[in-house]
Design a protein around this ligand. Sequence first.
Ligand code: ATP
Ligand code: MG
Length: 661
Amino acid sequence: MSRLYQPSDYVVSKSRLPSFEQYKEMHKRSLEDPEAFWSEIAKEFYWQTPAEPGNFVSYNFDINKGKVFTKWLDGAVTNVCFNLLDRNVRNGHGDKIAYYWEGNHPDDYSRITYRKLKDLVCQCANGLRERGVTKGDRVSIYMPMILETVVVMLACSRIGAVHSVVFAGFSSDSLAERMSDCKAKMLVTADGAWRGEKLLMLKKICDEAIDKAEKKHGHKVETCLVVKHVDRVTPCGQLQEYTTWDDERDVWWQELIDEQSTICSPEWMAAEDPLFMLYTSGSTGKPKGVLHTTAGYLLYATTTFRYVFDYQDKDVYWCTADVGWITGHTYVVYAPLANAATSVLFEGTPFYPENDRYWSLIDKYKVSQFYTAPTALRSLMKFGDEYVKRHSLQSLRVLGSVGEPINPEAWLWYRQLVGGGRCSVADTFWQTETGGHVLTSLPGATPMKPGAAGFPFFGVEPALLDEGGQLITGEGEGYLVFARPWPGLMRTLYGDHQRYEQVYFSKFPGYYCTGDGARRDEDGFLWVTGRVDDMLNVSGHLMSTAEVEGVLTEEPRVAEAAVVSRPHPIKGEALYCFITTTDGAHFDQSLVDALKKLVRARIGAFAVPDTIQYAPGLPKTRSGKIMRRILRKIALNDTDIGDTSTLADPAVVEQLFKNRP
Ligand code: ATP
Ligand code: MG
């Protein structure tokens, strides 16, 4: 039995949706009459041609009945950028701050209003057009967390170009592969960026990537647009000696954009025209080029942001995700702007100049909604409570979590210490593919349990299936699937609709299959238990990695735990655990014994791990997720580890192979 937490009176008193009953009623309404539900929100936006009544949604999820497809608001015509900027300026938000930008160094910061942002986006859009970018063209973006990144994404959407952001931590090989896969006409980057004390040579990596795209994949990038960013704060010509400059191909942002007109007519887009594409994190294998379209994504991003973060007019919202991930797309760029929100955009790391940078920024900007990942929380918990306690954090009301199941220990630390026991925690389950949150708690409405993603968002109909495709009703655990589309669901994988159907719709015809497992408990809460491939079966007991890891991290000496299975002649599978320790703690036999005892007490004797290995670090994707498929190989001492292009630090893997007990 896990503890139930109710939203505090403080959160409820401010909430737009202050009761569980109201949530249930709205959710029911959203499923019974999707058209009535979503057209209410569509009314807020500007439509060149509105959707026709009766034609709001059509889809086929059953691969046996023909091509899988989803359409929302078919026939409607609009422009997302126009709705995010021009509409808000017209509605009196022109002088409102869209972003507080905070640079890597605390002395480097700025702010931008909605009006100014609109002007910059128009200038940028005109610049893109000047370089021949038109509707339907793909533009790759490899940028640090700076305002120009938001500007160029929106400029693409203004002229109907499809942006493909690649996280600026990927290698030149990964960038080359992604640019070639989508046949990008243009690449947008910056000269470089500081992250903490490390200087990233972005233009240099881009030079290599453009070269590799041509030589390895036969794809030529026509233009490379470069923001002078580092040069602004460190004008030492430091980067010049590392970069080449091709006068035909390369152009400085400041030279192309600054003199452009601030008037730019938007390209009117059909509801189902592509808005952007984005490659998944690659935790499970080769990344997939997920494609999102115009109208449905706009409605869904807007609505989830409003209810999940309970954003109100004077609030300041901060999502720490990099724009290179879907969280950055939906909840740094599109959703906050659609709601005329004020956000913080942060370039740096939580550890620079000190380990309290996040907490100090929350106080500096009086942040009311803070949205981050469990991996960040765990790495900050490691330093102890001191850094948090230095700051007031009184402005906070809602705390969000995304990316992985959050272990209860981290959840409690987040709520109690960071949130002062007063804030609601929204554990948001979603995927690149889902466009926005699909399972979550809602701050003033739903009760919470540490580690549970909670309940379906409006328009979302989850189901649990067993291996044979039978519905699990009531309590139970199985494959997490969705029985119908919500407006934000991806429409295809770029250039590969067959892979789309095969990956998401072939296992259980009639359902969108997430690839994750979930459990429904006695109170109807949904617990995402991790990827189905990561499930463990020990002596006939089915367990999730999240469950065991949650127990291991209860031990104060453990900072992070990752659990995989290894074949075992008697038990079928045996547990193999990797442990990183908190600052100052030692990994020794007493810790191993304590952990075994803890698992026995919490789960049962059958779950006691066979092997507990010390890990100085864990193999993670560049978005910070543990790559358990690589850990399984280490457990087996099998060095054939497959695609590692998304791995953040390959040295960790070598180390772990060496450390095997
Ligand atoms: P790939 O699909 O390429 O292997 P990925 O699945 O890690 O990469 P994302 O789309 O960024 O790429 O991540 C979505 C996945 O992250 C989900 O399928 C789920 O496994 C996990 N996830 C995200 N948020 C949560 C959450 N709140 N609770 C549990 N799991 C989560
Ligand atoms: Mg995935």
